[in-house]
Design a protein around this ligand. Structure first.
Ligand code: NGO
Length: 532
């Protein structure tokens, strides 16, 4: 593509940090033709650019896919659909021939090195062809996300653009550091409808996030239909923070979210928070309360005032039926049972309750995840604890880790996407501190919490709580650019960790987000290219 008659070779021209990002600028970097081969987020394990060589996608490009693999064909179809919109080309998807194609884009389930594992891939871009090779479909999907980032940002456009569609040539070998690379949406404080969740899945998948944890219940709302306890959604889901009408997912809608995520190699982890954070359930069924009296629905933002009734047997029938239905709807291995801030439950009751809740989850064939408070109750060996503290030392979590408990790292002062960027941020909270991009990026999940080493860490997760968040635009503003920072910590080897490199690669995403109409925060810490 030409900009004012000058063909730009790369988008890696970085604006000096002179506060000039908001100023009117001449040619937008979004029109640049070829993106640097080293601008991928998360950073790949091995990146070897072939200098001076480019590949061009043209009107005659074919997408070849692994013969006999419906999963590969689906991924090829996703890539074709994206590129047909923006290039206007036909881009037929056909079975690859028995010898490796010498033209076009090939998505192959053969020829990847064992090091690529089940989620990694090898990408080779040369002048005549592009090949993504993986051992498993998840790796092909990941490789395609990398390829998308190497294309000009206009490739993400929903309408046909003029091109040309050049990609810098080179070789990438890539695989993840951690198996759990998560994002969380709190759909309880403010309900977020299915299209918002699906769009967020698209956005996180581009950064190789492979888990979406849905916080489906809290004091202010119950967000999933449960056939055996229908009032939970119908009544308990009828409001939200600030008193809006709330909402809930029908079981079909939840299945739709699960399937949408699965097609993008994202596992849904549903959370029913307990024994605290349960006012919506307690308001829906008087019998769940120790005194038999249902509290009113709650639309404020206090925490720690509600508790399921630990001494009533009905509570465990409730858990068994609710968790049983949700387990049945969820193909993923995990059920999250919260367990945080149970300040209205005594320590003994908390232990009794969490112990039984874990047995119930296990009986339904799922692995328990709990907020790290769960380590104060007897834990099943398989129970995973999600660390959300603000300190780098927690003796109980360290002891649990030393006894084999796996930890998901979500330190609130680093990974909470609901924290404000700074004092001028309108949305969000500040209880865990301000988090600008450099704070979100500047820690090592495998060496952050004392006594919790790399082998105890299942991965990272960036939670987005929604006390102040009400719309897709709000979600995007808080998630971008911090979510890609956490995604890189989850995927990339510690050896690639480098703020200067990350800053430039992150900045290169800005023009892409413009084209995708992602409402991102223009952090002054990031070296955005001209026009982003
Ligand atoms: C805490 C609390 C949530 C809040 C969130 C807000 C956890 C695990 N429990 O995190 O109820 O919504 O902070 O930042």
């Amino acid at each position: 593509m030409t900009t004012g008659g000058v063909r730009l070779l790369t988008t890696t021209v970085i604006l000096a940090l002179t506060g000039g990002w908001g100023a009117p600028t001449a040619p937008a970097a979004v029109q640049a033709s070829s993106v640097s081969f080293t601008s991928v987020v998360p950073a790949p394990v091995v990146t070897a650019p072939a200098s001076g060589v480019t590949h061009q996608i043209t009107a005659t490009t074919t997408i070849y896919t692994e013969p006999g693999s419906p999963a590969a064909a689906q991924i090829a179809g996703q890539l074709a659909a994206l590129l047909r919109r923006s290039t206007g080309y036909t881009l037929p998807v056909v079975d690859a021939p028995s010898t490796t194609p010498t033209d076009g884009i090939a998505l192959l389930l053969s020829g990847a090195p064992p090091a690529a594992g089940s989620e990694g891939y090898q990408l080779d871009v040369s002048a005549p062809s592009i090949a993504v090779r993986a051992n498993q479909p998840a790796g092909l999907f990941a490789g395609v996300q990398t390829l998308r980032q190497l294309l000009p940002p206009a490739a993400e456009s929903a309408t046909a653009q003029p091109g040309p569609w050049e990609i810098a040539a080179g070789h990438i070998l890539d695989y993840p550091r951690f198996s759990h690379r998560g994002a969380m949406l709190d759909v309880a404080r403010h309900f977020l409808p299915v299209p918002v969740v699906e769009r967020y899945i698209d956005e996180i998948a581009l950064y190789k996030v492979n888990r979406l944890h849905l916080h489906l219940s809290d004091d202010q709302g119950w967000r999933i239909a449960v056939n055996s306890w229908p009032n939970l959604a119908v009544y308990g889901g009828s409001t939200q923070v600030g008193g809006g009408t709330g909402g809930y997912y029908t079981q079909d809608e939840y299945r739709q979210i699960v399937a949408y995520a699965a097609a993008r190699y994202v596992m849904i982890i549903p959370e029913i928070d307990m024994p605290g954070h349960t006012n919506a359930a307690l308001a829906s069924y008087a019998d769940l309360n120790c005194d038999g009296v249902a509290p009113k629905l709650y639309t404020g933002t206090r925490v720690g005032f509600s508790s399921l009734c630990v001494s009533k047997e009905l509570t465990y029938t409730f858990l068994d039926q609710v968790l049983g239905e949700i387990a049945g709807l969820t193909p993923g291995a995990y059920l999250h049972i919260g367990g945080d801030e149970a300040s209205s439950t005594t320590a003994t009751d908390y232990s009794t309750f969490m112990n039984r809740a874990q047995q119930i989850v296990a009986a339904h064939g799922k692995t328990v995840v709990g907020w790290h408070d769960v380590v104060h109750a007897p834990a099943l060996p398989s129970t995973v604890a999600q660390y959300w503290g603000t300190t780098t030392a927690d003796a109980a979590v360290a002891t649990a880790a030393q006894n084999g408990t796996k930890i998901i790292m979500s330190p609130a002062n680093r990974a909470y996407l609901d924290m404000k960027y700074n004092s001028r941020t309108k949305l969000g909270q500040r209880w865990a501190g301000f988090i600008d991009v450099q704070d979100a990026y500047g820690w090592d999940p495998g060496a952050y919490l004392s006594g919790v080493g790399e082998t105890s860490v299942l991965g990272v997760e960036a939670p987005l709580w929604t006390e102040t968040i009400q719309s897709l635009a709000d979600v995007e503003y808080m998630a971008f650019p911090r979510l890609p920072a956490i995604a890189e910590l989850g995927w990339s080897p510690a050896s690639t960790h480098d703020w200067t490199s990350f800053n430039q690669r992150l900045g290169a995403q800005g023009p892409r987000w413009r084209v995708m109409a992602i409402n991102y925060y223009h952090s002054t810490q990031v070296s955005w290219p001209t026009g982003a």
